[in-house]
Design a protein around this ligand. Structure first.
Ligand code: MN
Length: 717
């Protein structure tokens, strides 16, 4: 039996467009675009076997269902010519105008990005990029419809690829469709994604739905006729239809633990009327005849959703006590509910002044406002809009790694910034840069879409001091500076080691005798240092004399601290193990909040046991006699409080939100946040609960990658 695939033709498309646009000239332009694309894609085939041209043709055809305008349809026909062929933007602009060319370039840009990821943070970021890169909301709509057709033909790909695409669609594209309110497309994308991600679940739902479809259809029809008669009796002109729930919608409800039968016991009707007033009128009439569930009544007309969705929802006891879910809305609201941001195409003539002023930028802002889920809305709307505006229209460019990953950088950034953004190791070993396959100088100003490849060499001499001036970002500059200060630091460490060993030789002391663990610990405690390298460093830069240290060790002038070891208490309840003592009250000092991993020392307090400080806590500066050696109990894993201070550039961006998001992403919880504003920077004091020092370091390293963060310090009060 051969499978019949109904392929659309250009005449099908034009007939469909002619239903809402009769302009001959414009219709001819569509045919011209088709002919052009046809030639460009000649001899190209899709994996499904058909000639490539059927894909752009389908995309354009789907777009007519949301009455897309002519430039958008032309761009749909051309959307893959720049990607798959050598067509230039100028050529398209010349033939079809600047507007179409910009749309084509926009969609081509997006198709170059690989959005697949397992990283939750990146998912948010990618959504932002799709919006940020699309100067025209039609580009996003094109992207969604392009994906929709690709999803419809996803069966040709290998299973792995199917799952990858379906996951990407569900995580990144359907939320965007939702925020733009394009439900018609969103819903199909969701169902298709589910079909490939969880085929067992998908087909199970389909089958269950089919099982008692007849029964359900009958119930809906009866109720529909009753309601229809009721409204007619009251002279309300309306249209009414039964409505099927999406498979994905049912899956989501099953996922929250509800039983299948409970869900679709809700039979659904939708009533369309002309005016808002009639919506309320119809509602009143229905409520007076059928008892409703007050909890399930929702007035989205008075309180529209963020994506402009408006409707009345109510659930009533209908025939034989069955629950019916009824939606009541105007035709215009219905259009918005189905097509969201795209609905302005079909409602052009009815545009109010307010909507007219809704420029594309504002539409994007509206969208953005709903996409960023502010947990606590501390910012005023005005502040928020200005921060988003800055974020969107600002001055960021998007460039690519050779693998297609996106890097967001401020305008004016150079390959140096790019390299350090990817990794400081890449920056430190950079010897040159290729942009779009040609060598550029390191002060080259990167542009949107540049593909940047950094050439590194393991044996490079490290960054040059001139790079500090060539870099745009403060963050990059400080990374380069820290390279130099750390290489200077290394010099001093080497010097310190040399000095102390010279001194030991002079005094005829055996190295091994000096370098015992016990001695090193004593020196660290005495000078409140953390590592052997710190000791060298302090000698190297002349803070401590090499001979003083040797005298300290061998003249034994201070009290010997009790040693830990031998008698270790297993399973102690305390965070801290004190040498030789089982039951003692131990507190962590809240001036320096020590974390596991910190070098610590106990301080014997009068009557209240032992308080544990970090070894460099200045509160212990002049205390010598009441200290006692302690160590962390590695058997316990608890969360500890750490206080950090973050210095950031003063911007109107919503930096705090991003900072908190990153902390959260690193699985630390936030205990409190204070904003301390200084004259030219914004300073946050954040208390967070972490596992230990390593965990805290991981968080601060991650935060340090944010360009507006100047400095992070851990506080000791
Ligand atoms: Mn395509």
């Amino acid at each position: 039996m051969d499978q019949q695939i109904e392929l659309k033709t250009i005449d099908d498309l034009i007939n469909k467009v002619a239903k809402y646009n009769k302009n001959k000239k414009e219709l001819n332009k569509i045919r011209e675009a088709y002919d052009y694309a046809y030639l460009k894609h000649q001899n190209q085939y899709r994996k499904t076997g058909e000639a490539y041209i059927y894909h752009p043709l389908e995309v354009a055809y789907i777009l007519t269902s949301i009455t897309a305008d002519i430039p958008c349809l032309i761009a749909a026909l051309l959307h893959d010519v720049a990607e798959d062929t050598t067509t230039k933007k100028e050529e398209i602009a010349e033939k079809f105008g600047e507007e179409v060319a910009n749309l084509v370039v926009g969609i081509t840009k997006l198709s170059r990005i690989n959005f697949s990821t397992d990283n939750d943070y990146l998912i948010e970021y990618y959504k932002k990029i799709i919006v940020g890169m699309s100067e025209d909301v039609r580009v996003i709509i094109l992207k969604l419809v392009d994906r929709l057709h690709n999803m419809r033909t996803l069966y040709v790909l290998p299973i792995e690829k199917q799952k990858e695409k379906a996951k990407e669609t569900l995580e990144i594209l359907t939320p965007i469709a939702h925020h733009l309110g394009i439900n018609r497309i969103k819903s199909e994308l969701e169902d298709l994604s589910l079909r490939y991600l969880k085929p067992e679940v998908y087909y199970d739902i389909v089958e269950k739905l089919n099982n008692n479809k007849l029964e359900r259809d009958n119930a809906v029809n009866e109720m529909l006729n009753e309601v229809k008669a009721l409204l007619k009796e009251h002279n309300i002109k309306h249209e009414i239809k039964g409505r099927s729930k999406s498979i994905y919608g049912i899956y989501k409800k099953l996922d929250t633990g509800r039983k299948f039968n409970d869900i679709y016991d809700l039979l659904a009707l939708r009533i369309l009327v002309k005016t808002e007033q009639e919506c309320y009128l119809a509602l009143g009439i229905i409520h007076s005849k059928y008892r409703h569930l007050p909890k399930r009544f929702k007035d989205f007309i008075a309180m529209p959703k963020a994506n402009r969705y408006q409707s009345l929802h109510t659930t009533v006891f209908g025939l034989e006590g069955q629950l019916f879910e009824i939606q009541i809305r105007t035709y215009e609201m219905d259009e918005i509910a189905e097509n969201g941001i795209a609905s302005h195409w079909s409602y052009k003539e009815k545009k109010t002044v307010k909507e007219d002023n809704l420029s594309l930028t504002e539409q994007k802002l509206q969208f953005f406002k709903s996409i960023i889920d502010l947990k606590e809305d501390r910012l005023s709307t005005e502040e928020f809009v200005s921060s988003v505006k800055k974020d969107l229209l600002n001055n960021n460019i998007y460039v690519f790694t050779p693998k297609g990953d996106v890097i967001e950088l401020p305008k004016g950034s150079t390959p140096i910034d790019f390299a350090y953004r990817v990794h400081s190791k890449i920056g430190d070993s950079m010897v040159g840069a290729l942009v779009n396959n040609s060598i550029v100088s390191l002060d080259y100003e990167l542009k949107d879409d540049d593909i940047v490849k950094i050439i590194t060499n393991k044996n490079s001499q490290g960054p040059s001091k001139e790079w500090i001036n060539m870099a745009k970002l403060t963050h990059t500059k400080s990374k380069i500076k820290s390279y130099f200060s750390s290489s200077m630091k290394q010099d001093n460490i080497n010097l310190g080691k040399e000095l102390i060993e010279k001194e030991l030789r002079k005094k005829n002391i055996d190295f091994n005798l000096f370098y015992s663990d016990e001695n090193i610990d004593r020196i660290l405690q005495k000078y409140k240092l953390m590592t052997l390298n710190d000791i060298y460093l302090n000698i190297g830069n002349n803070k401590i004399g090499a001979s003083n240290i040797i005298d300290f060790v061998f003249k034994k002038e201070t009290v010997t601290l009790p040693k830990i070891g031998g008698h270790v208490i297993k399973n102690a309840d305390n965070d801290i193990i004190v040498a030789g003592i089982d039951k003692v009250k131990v507190n962590l000092a809240n001036c320096c909040n020590p974390l596991p991993g910190d070098h610590i020392i106990g301080y014997i307090t009068k009557g209240t046991g032992i308080t544990v400080h970090r070894i460099n806590c200045h509160n212990l500066n002049n205390v010598t006699d009441r200290t006692i050696a302690v160590k962390w109990n590695s058997e316990l894993t608890k969360r500890y409080l750490a206080n950090i201070i973050i210095h950031t550039s003063k911007t109107t961006n919503n930096n705090l939100f991003e900072i908190m998001q990153r902390i959260n992403f690193n699985s630390a919880s936030i205990d409190s946040v204070k904003t301390l504003s200084k004259i030219d920077e914004t300073v946050y004091e954040i208390s967070l609960l972490v596992i230990g020092k390593e965990h805290l370091n991981k968080i601060t390293n991650d935060l340090n990658r944010l360009t507006y963060i100047h400095n992070i310090e851990r506080i000791i009060r």
